[in-house]
Design a protein around this ligand. Sequence first.
Ligand SMILES: [Fe+2]
Ligand SMILES: [Fe+2]
Length: 154
Amino acid sequence: MINMDDNPDIVIWDEKYATGIHLIDSQHKELVSLTNELFHACLGEEETLEGVFKETMERMVNYVRFHFGAEQVLLQRVGYPDYHEHKRQHDTMVLKILEAVKEYNEGKQLVPNQFVRTLRDWILGHIAHYDKLYSSYIAAQKEKGLLSDKEINV
Ligand SMILES: [Fe+2]
Ligand SMILES: [Fe+2]
């Protein structure tokens, strides 16, 4: 049995990551909780680690893709000027994650525990930088009266 007190989460949601867009923030929180789930999966019994890690990783990859897709729909809808650069960042991250998963599946050297830390840094780094850029743009457009909550939170 894992004692959660001995193994705290590796990501704690912080309001500094908030974009102020309800849909996006709830999806980002789900990414945080999946990252923690993946981390705890790594600390499980060795016999079950591979299966649990693979299953959780698959859910993570699917959710990352789902989130990126939803975010891109939003960015197109609000006419975000740096849409293409943002999409490129998403595509690159998905490729990096899939490459790491492939290496793991092929039995190459990949320490799950370390991989989850890297994944956390990629995801949180993206949210803290690139997602903040578009949320500032959206906030500014709202301020100017060029966008309303109705158009943002569809
Ligand atoms: Fe995001
Ligand atoms: Fe993003």
